[in-house]
Design a protein around this ligand. Structure first.
Ligand SMILES: Cc1cc2nc3c(=O)[nH]c(=O)nc-3n(C[C@H](O)[C@H](O)[C@H](O)COP(=O)(O)O)c2cc1C
Length: 457
């Protein structure tokens, strides 16, 4: 289990290996639900098939994102969101019973949860999965989610991370303060600016000691927070040069945080469009993009910025000549720009589209292309590119969004994984039965007495 665990050092040493996770995005415009066999975003079968395919490909982790409130579009719920998103922990608990080795990662935010409650729910997921649970820590980047909650408010960016840090520290103390089922559980006290708890844990440490901690949030504060608290970062920097830069930045932050250069792993968000040859992959990419941005998606995309109905416009014609409604645009909740910038943006986009001779649909397709995050090519070429990431230690793995449900991972599992294994950069089996073991993460060391020390913050 510990064969890949590295000793603490201020010098970064690549493992020469990469791992995969799957980021199952239920509601978004980048995943295609249009295949006859796609099922729905709320159907357990959709989740089960992707998780089991990922496990067949020896993926380390299955991720679920979180959105605690439906986004809105022109004052109405966003069409993609109304199809639904089940609660991550409930879904992962169900998946635990139909998988054996893959890690189960729940995105959960610190702004609206409570530490004692969330720590217990994650400890329960860790228990039912035999030590495969993880928490992807987010703080949420929008105010409209706050309207769902009793406390109603939203925290400033800086406050959100202070709150998050106290939250995560408390959760760790709750997990760590009951060593064995036979030993006594300690009381954990925290008295602070954001909350006060006096809690006795209801579960002892898990098979992997405590849930693995992922973090997603890219600001300097977010990165520092991850350097202090996280095991793995779900990053937004998959492109090679950006990934190398991000690694350097992270290493410096985690050395400064006193955790050494190798404490935090990195898995960027990514997408793979693969085929036997480069030409076929390029053709497939066109097809994938045409499905991702259909006529309705193209119009809806512009409506977010224009703040008004544009359904009368031809998706295959030029960008709308009318101007955005500035006030309404700022009411769009979920995406888009703030009103003040909308008119300027519209002028800029109209000029650009005219210049390049692009229709609405072509323009939106070009704007939403995830150029940085998409690996397109033949199985062998992409495997060579990924082997280079592994060699220099740019990343520890990739968190892959399948573009088609349920078959979007098949190419990766059937063709890319074997190519990577041949190059010696991808696991040939699960190393152990826990997520911590499979990721080669060190087991935390702390006595229950130390964990339970009262904290006044
Ligand atoms: C790759 C990635 C994935 C994320 N996934 C989610 C998510 O599923 N739900 C969510 O509420 N926030 C998500 N976030 C955003 C976080 O809420 C983050 O805490 C927020 O952007 C504020 O932090 P920052 O300013 O440090 O980026 C994600 C961020 C990144 C970079």
């Amino acid at each position: 289990m510990t064969q890949h665990t590295r000793a603490k050092s201020d010098v970064f040493t690549p493992t020469g290996q990469i791992q995969f996770g799957v980021f199952f995005q239920g509601v978004n415009s980048g995943t295609i639900w249009k295949a006859a066999e796609s099922g729905s975003q709320t159907d357990f079968e959709s989740f089960r098939r992707i998780a089991q395919t990922a496990e067949r490909g020896l993926f380390a982790a299955f991720f679920l994102g979180e959105g605690l409130r439906l986004r809105e579009h022109l004052g109405r719920p966003h069409a993609l969101d109304v199809v639904g998103r089940p609660d991550a922990q409930t879904m992962l608990a169900a998946l635990a019973s139909v998988t054996k080795n893959i890690g189960l990662v729940a995105t959960q935010n610190t702004t609206y949860n409570d530490p004692a409650d969330l720590a217990h729910r994650l400890a329960s997921l860790d228990l039912v999965s035999g030590g495969r649970a993880a928490w992807n820590i987010v703080t949420t980047d929008n105010a409209w989610t706050g309207a769902n909650f009793r406390r109603g408010g939203y925290l400033d960016h800086a406050d959100r991370y202070k709150h998050a840090e106290a939250f995560v520290e408390t959760a760790k103390r709750i997990w760590d303060s009951w060593e064995t089922p036979e030993g006594p559980a300690r009381r954990v006290l925290h008295e602070g600016q954001h909350y006060t708890v006096d809690v006795t844990p209801r579960l002892p440490r898990s098979a992997q000691y405590r849930p693995v901690l992922f973090q997603a949030g890219d600001s300097p504060e977010g990165r520092n927070f991850a350097a202090r608290q996280a095991d793995i970062i779900f990053s937004a920097h998959p492109k090679f040069d950006a990934a190398v830069e991000f690694r350097k930045d992270l290493v410096a932050r985690s050395v400064a945080a006193g955790r050494g250069a190798n404490a935090v792993q990195i898995m960027p968000a990514s997408e793979f469009i693969l085929a036997p040859t480069a030409a076929e992959a390029a053709e497939k990419k066109e097809w994938v993009r045409s499905l991702q941005i259909g006529p309705q998606q193209a119009i809806a995309y512009l409506e977010q910025f224009w703040g008004r109905e544009l359904s009368a416009y031809d998706p295959d014609g030029p960008l709308p000549g009318i101007d955005p409604v500035v006030d309404e645009t700022s009411e769009t909740r979920g995406s888009g720009f703030h009103g003040a910038k909308a008119r300027q943006l519209a002028d800029q986009w109209r000029a650009e589209a005219k210049d390049k001779g692009l229709s609405i649909r072509q323009f939106v397709t070009s704007r939403t292309a995830r150029v940085d995050a998409t690996f397109t090519g033949s199985y062998a070429d992409v495997a060579d590119r990924l082997a280079e990431y592994a060699r220099v230690g740019a990343v520890d793995g990739f968190n892959i969004s399948p573009w088609l449900v349920p078959t979007g991972l098949d190419d990766i599992v059937n063709h890319l994984v074997p190519e990577l294994q041949e190059r010696g950069v991808y696991p040939t089996g699960y190393r152990g039965s826990t997520l911590r073991g499979n990721l080669g993460l060190a087991t935390p060391v702390r006595t229950a007495d130390d964990a339970a020390q009262a904290v006044r913050a």
